[in-house]
Design a protein around this ligand. Sequence first.
Ligand SMILES: CC(C)(COP(=O)(O)OP(=O)(O)OC[C@H]1O[C@@H](n2cnc3c(N)ncnc32)[C@H](O)[C@@H]1OP(=O)(O)O)[C@@H](O)C(=O)NCCC(=O)NCCS
Length: 170
Amino acid sequence: MSWPVLTGPRVTLRVLTMADVDAWLAGDDEAQQRWFEAPGPAPRENVVRLVETSRNSWETSGPKRHWAIWLDGILAGGIDIEDRGQGSAYLSYVVFPPSRRQGVAAESIPLVTTWAFTAWPITRAVAVIDELNTASRSTAERAGFLFEAVADPSEYGESGRMLRYVLPRA
Ligand SMILES: CC(C)(COP(=O)(O)OP(=O)(O)OC[C@H]1O[C@@H](n2cnc3c(N)ncnc32)[C@H](O)[C@@H]1OP(=O)(O)O)[C@@H](O)C(=O)NCCC(=O)NCCS
């Protein structure tokens, strides 16, 4: 089965394989743990499960599609989008510390939203972001998302005050 590889000027997005587990583990850090509310560094089995569920979702045309982000041959992070029905698909992203502040998220987000607007009958992409996560809020805004409202608890699993940013279909 061939799964989409998305390419920008500098980044390449492709589906994770088991060969990427160690590189993914090496990218973990406190910022990632804080904003995804992980109790500590991800155990190896969680990353193995991420690879398995990600590949399974592509195989079965599931609602969530995940890509690893590569920059100059280095695993730089990951990004996923989930079709939750009612015209909305929810985006989530992480860039690993050595690759931050180089425009990796800024380049990757439009590749994924463009893919989703083409593949799915959605009218908007949504990002739910902790109001204290200034890096992620700036990143969403840079990608054209606009603050819409405080998110509904049904939209997220984290604690804290979460904000809904929306990118409408062009
Ligand atoms: C949020 C995150 C994905 C940003 O990735 P990145 O590749 O470093 O972001 P970019 O370099 O593409 O920056 C995009 C915009 O956000 C801004 N930005 C990025 N990090 C920032 C920071 N720490 N503080 C303030 N602004 C920041 C950039 O300046 C840029 O805006 P500009 O082009 O107008 O200058 C990354 O910091 C991360 O993985 N954080 C931990 C996990 C996380 O919070 N994920 C999101 C959960 S909702």
